[in-house]
Design a protein around this ligand. Structure first.
Ligand code: MSP
Length: 655
């Protein structure tokens, strides 16, 4: 069976965060599950680069849009790698393979009369990249939940797409295909919206040039949403590509609730107009909200560096948290405390503890050799039946794009396994020679339970199977979905190890203490994303920090700024922002920890001359004593260390 699943293509106007990551992790778990079942899976993600807000952000950063997006796209790809995302392709809408398909489709729709030229007069929200009629605005602002930002008045010659012509066909399709828009609450919302009447959609802009040009009228660029939606087929090589023939229509387009409307209206109408099959399901999940309430988003200043989180807790734990915490149809709450709580209770206590406890007993009572089991009792029967029930439920939940309940199901099994240890009390059996066979059965069952747990959790935490297989001295061929509820799969006689805890418990206070040791200036360099900003998600206006209070010459003279030569540079382990530098100043070597690692590779820093605040009180950062601070300028995502040419020696004063 083929299975095609997509995420939205993300705007690379700012780095990805934990909220953005949810959709991709969820799609990955579903894709992995289908692969484990033996399906021929195609999993697509990518970036939506032709938006007006990209131009604005690049301008604000004094850079070219393409250079800007190249940098951010790199961050997306790095994050997906760090989160073990198994996408088969990554489409960028600035790629030629995409652009030519958009131009071809635009021309076809124009030639068949579905696109026509007229004039647009109305409002546009650049952060949401959405056109609005005046009567939809709320207090003159964008009416989108979570936006409410200023809109701009547009009056320009434009091409329009005849959505109105296809309203009836779209409604008919939705009514005849109950699974087309999911979950049901979003389906109802969409039905109400479409029944309210569809207006023709403005599908070109002339006031900027960044984007895909209309081939027969190149002063127009194609509206970003028309362009973006086409990625789902351009990536497959529409119209003649093998992948297109094999994988289209998509089985699931997964996305946040904010963009269901575009997928449930514009996209199917494009496809209907082209006489192409429609995707089977458009699934709109909720949002991750911060503890204080708002959506996790860059504009709210409530995003946390995802790379740092992954380094701290591991990709599997972050994936587990994201997938477990967001209940179907609702929003989820993200906070680092919640992550630690889940990690400690579900992963360390329930899952990890069972694995380490049970393997420790096989080691203790049978020298690590898995014994041949005797006759099953009622408890073993119960475990088997439960594994069967859980497997079926997990399948149903994943088919319904609901990883949270799927995990809840698996944890029913994990809890039963823990109970089994207490009920069977192997430590008591071990004291009675006549219970030898019973102990063999229990120990064998333990290891089978671990195998079942490893198979069931594999789609969600792909880092686990190799670690568990290593403990069982087996290879990953034991991770077979269809065998998750079959017993007696493991051979007796294999040798297991106790190994390390799969999920060591975390004491969150160690991190909060480390945060407090940061100096104010270093904070700004290290974690710009933490600073609450009023700027928009999408279009960070060029906001400079206010000039600080006046100081006297004497105050300034207190600063001892020196030229320092960088002798060596290396990234600090378990952080992605910090770089450890050895610098030479006035003949003395010092260690400086600096928040520049996202912007420089170590090799580019060695032998450079930089400016050091030489009389700054030393402070500990991630356990390293930092003796001073190097100067850097930053605005938005861009950061540059102040470097001098080499005519001045290390130690020279900067005044
Ligand atoms: N570029 C469009 C999508 C075009 S698809 C043809 C876009 N991009 S976006 O960068 O704004 O990403 C939106 C998606 O990111 C949401 O639909 C959702 O999948 C994900 N999320 C962004 N913030 C999120 C949360 N706080 N919580 C959950 N998902 C979030 O819209």
């Amino acid at each position: 069976m083929k299975y095609y699943i997509t995420t939205p293509i993300f705007y690379p106007n700012s780095s990805p965060h934990i909220g953005t990551a949810y959709t991709t992790v969820a799609a990955d778990a579903i894709a992995r599950y289908h692969r484990l079942r033996g399906d021929d899976v195609y999993f697509l993600t990518g970036t939506d680069e032709n938006a007006q807000k990209i131009v604005r952000t690049a301008e604000a950063n004094h850079t070219d849009p393409k250079i800007y997006v190249d940098g951010v796209v790199k961050r997306f790809k790095e994050l997906w790698l760090a989160l073990d995302i198994s996408n088969d392709d990554f489409i960028r809408t600035t790629e030629e393979r995409h652009q030519k398909v958009v131009q071809q489709i635009f021309t076809k729709l124009y030639e068949q009369g579905d696109i026509y030229k007229s004039e647009y007069s109305g409002w546009y929200c650049t952060p949401c990249e959405t056109f609005w009629m005046e009567n939809k605005l709320i207090d003159g602002k964008c009416p989108n939940e979570d936006c409410g930002r200023d809109v701009e008045l547009l009056k320009e010659e434009s091409y329009f797409f005849r959505l109105s012509k296809y309203q009836g066909a779209l409604l008919k399709h939705i009514e005849e295909h109950p699974d087309f828009i999911q979950p049901i609450s979003r389906r109802n919302e969409m039905l109400r919206f479409i029944e309210g009447g569809l207006e023709d959609l403005c599908v070109t802009r002339t006031t900027f040039q960044w984007g895909i040009k209309v081939p027969f009228d190149p002063k127009h660029v194609v509206y970003v949403w028309l362009d973006a939606l086409i990625n789902y087929i351009s990536a497959l090589g529409y119209p003649d590509g093998e992948n297109y023939k094999r994988y289209w229509p998509a089985d699931v387009h997964l996305m946040g609730k904010d963009i269901v409307r575009f997928h449930a209206v514009i996209w199917p109408i494009i496809l209907i107009a082209l006489e192409l099959p429609l995707p089977k399901t458009i699934y709109g999940h909720g949002w991750y909200l911060s503890k204080e309430g708002g959506k996790i988003s860059k504009s709210r200043g409530n995003v946390q560096d995802s790379f740092e989180l992954i380094q701290r807790y591991g990709s599997d734990a972050i994936r587990y948290f994201l997938l477990r915490e967001m209940q179907v149809g609702s929003d989820g709450t993200y906070s680092e405390d919640n992550v630690v709580e889940r990690l400690n209770s579900d992963l360390a206590n329930d899952f990890g503890n069972f694995v380490s406890r049970s393997l420790a007993m096989v080691v203790k009572y049978r020298d690590g050799i898995v014994p041949s089991p005797g006759q099953d009792g009622s408890q073993e029967q119960e475990l088997k039946e439960l594994s069967h029930e859980v497997k079926i439920n997990v399948e149903k939940r994943l088919e319904a794009c609901d990883p949270a309940t799927a995990l809840e199901e698996i944890w029913r099994f994990v809890a039963r396994c823990n109970k089994y240890v207490d009920e069977t009390a192997p430590w008591a059996l071990a004291k009675q020679e006549e219970q030898r066979e019973r102990l063999d059965t229990v120990l064998y069952t333990f290891v089978e339970c671990i195998r079942v747990m490893a198979v069931l959790t594999a789609p969600f935490m792909p880092g686990l199977p190799p670690r568990i297989c290593e403990l069982l001295s087996l290879d990953e061929s034991i991770i077979r979905w269809e065998e998750a509820d079959q017993w007696g799969i493991l051979r007796h006689g294999i040798k297991v190890k106790k190994g390390e805890q799969l999920f060591p418990r975390i004491d969150i206070s160690q991190y909060t203490a480390a945060e407090e040791t940061k100096t104010v200036d270093q904070d700004q360099n290290i974690d710009q994303t933490q600073a609450p900003k009023e700027t928009s998600d999408s279009v960070p206006a060029l906001e400079f920090e206010p000039i600080k209070e006046e100081i006297s010459m004497d105050d300034f003279a207190k600063l001892d700024l020196r030229i320092a030569k960088i002798l060596s540079a290396e990234k600090v382990e378990k952080t992605d922002k910090l770089m450890k530098l050895e610098v030479e100043v006035a003949g003395v070597v010092r260690t400086v920890v600096s928040g520049i690692a996202k912007h420089y590779v170590p090799e580019d820093l060695v032998n450079q001359y930089v400016v050091l605040v030489a009389n700054l009180k030393p402070t500990k950062l991630r356990g390293i004593m930092s003796e001073g601070m190097i100067l850097a300028a930053s605005q938005g995502e861009v950061l540059e260390v102040l470097m001098l040419n080499k005519d001045l020696p290390g130690g020279a004063r900067v005044k």
